[in-house]
Design a protein around this ligand. Structure first.
Ligand code: 13P
Ligand code: SF4
Length: 336
């Protein structure tokens, strides 16, 4: 139980930042014990720090994580990712406890699309269907017809009649890429991810000339200038699988750096270079994803806080387009 000095409501607001952990504790071992005791599952995104990836029961891209959240039999889902991902798990599992190690782990892309502004935009185009990238709030999901992820966006768009008018939100880069791949002209919301729009074309070009053997692989949240010169474009899982199967020895990776850990583990003999951002900071580390730490994950499992809670009307409205995505993905043979 929490000590009386630390109230639940405070954990929700400030997280576990000030709570000390006995330094002699083996946190890996404690997490493993807590999983069994509480019938808890740890779902982690590839952008989490290596220690978190190592204790996770499942690591995946947004589609794989949503599919796993939909079928888990655990009583507690501990989501090592960002808020919209944990929120999706809660939408699919109202009766389960869904925990997020740091409630402030948000997403710049999700923040770029506030529901009231989006509703006003959508109302101007009543004959358009709304496809939203999963990186959005429950409020945006509730205003959408179908949710997609970077691994199924193209197939979902292609499954709709050619003359269907579509609004795509919130990522203009993914939307632009899908327009290009499908020949559609979807209306795009003007949102972007702070990590993927920071890559420097100039520095990547120089890096490529220093490593002529290297392939550039990029996430479709990157800007068009980067995607144009990429050898392969895909979701995090697709990028990872590509590096396992492809014959090259070196890759310049244009996405968040967390995935380099799984790439290196799955293909130990290969070299992975993080694509450089256009300034000196480590901007291709997502500050939201990196709010979660192994210590916070342990405390969150021990105290079962902070928990994702959601109002039922909103949950039901947000669930419809997610269910549609999961059904379509099943039909299209996309697994996680
Ligand atoms: P995927 O893992 O689905 O490719 O998404 C990347 C991302 O930006 C998650 O926030
Ligand atoms: Fe959001 Fe970008 Fe971070 Fe993914 S990497 S959580 S899209 S800010």
């Amino acid at each position: 139980m929490l000590s009386s000095a630390i109230k639940e409501s405070e954990i929700d607001k400030v997280g576990f930042l000030d709570m000390e952990i006995d330094p002699s504790l083996d946190i890996f071992e404690e997490i493993s014990k807590l999983k069994k005791e509480k019938n808890a599952v740890v779902l982690a995104h590839y952008y989490q720090e290596p220690d978190i990836q190592d204790v996770a029961d499942y690591i995946g891209d947004s589609l794989g994580l949503a599919q796993n959240a939909a079928r888990t039999e655990a009583d507690i889902i501990v989501f090592a990712g960002v808020h919209f991902m944990a929120e999706t798990a809660k939408i699919l599992n109202p009766a389960k406890k869904v925990l997020l190690p740091d409630l402030k782990a948000g997403c710049s892309l999700s923040d770029s699309c506030p529901p009231p502004l989006f509703k006003a935009f959508k109302d101007k185009y009543p004959d358009h269907l709304v496809i939203s990238y999963i990186n959005c709030s429950a409020g945006i999901k509730a205003l959408s017809d179908i949710i997609c992820t970077s691994s199924n966006a193209q197939l979902i768009v292609e499954s709709l009649p050619k003359d269907q008018k579509i609004i795509f939100a919130p990522d203009k880069n993914l939307g632009g890429y899908i327009n290009k791949m499908t020949g559609r002209n979807m209306l795009l919301w003007n949102g972007a991810c702070m990590v993927h729009e920071i890559f420097s074309l100039e520095k990547i070009t120089k890096l490529k000339s220093r490593h002529p053997e290297a392939k550039l692989i990029a996430h479709p949240e990157c800007e068009d200038t980067i995607l144009r010169i990429a050898d392969f474009i895909g979701s995090t899982t697709q990028l990872l699988k590509y590096t396992e199967k492809d014959k090259s020895s070196t890759y310049i990776v244009a996405t968040e750096t967390g995935i380099l850990h799984s790439m290196q583990q799955n293909a130990p003999g290969k070299t992975f270079i993080a694509a450089p951002p256009d300034n000196a900071c480590a901007c291709n580390d997502c500050p939201h994803m990196k709010r979660n730490t192994l210590e916070k994950l342990y405390l969150c499992m021990k105290y079962e806080l902070p928990e994702i809670k959601m109002e039922e009307t909103l949950r039901l409205a947000a669930k419809k387009p997610i269910d549609r995505m999961l059904e379509l993905s099943k039909k299209l043979g996309l697994g996680g």
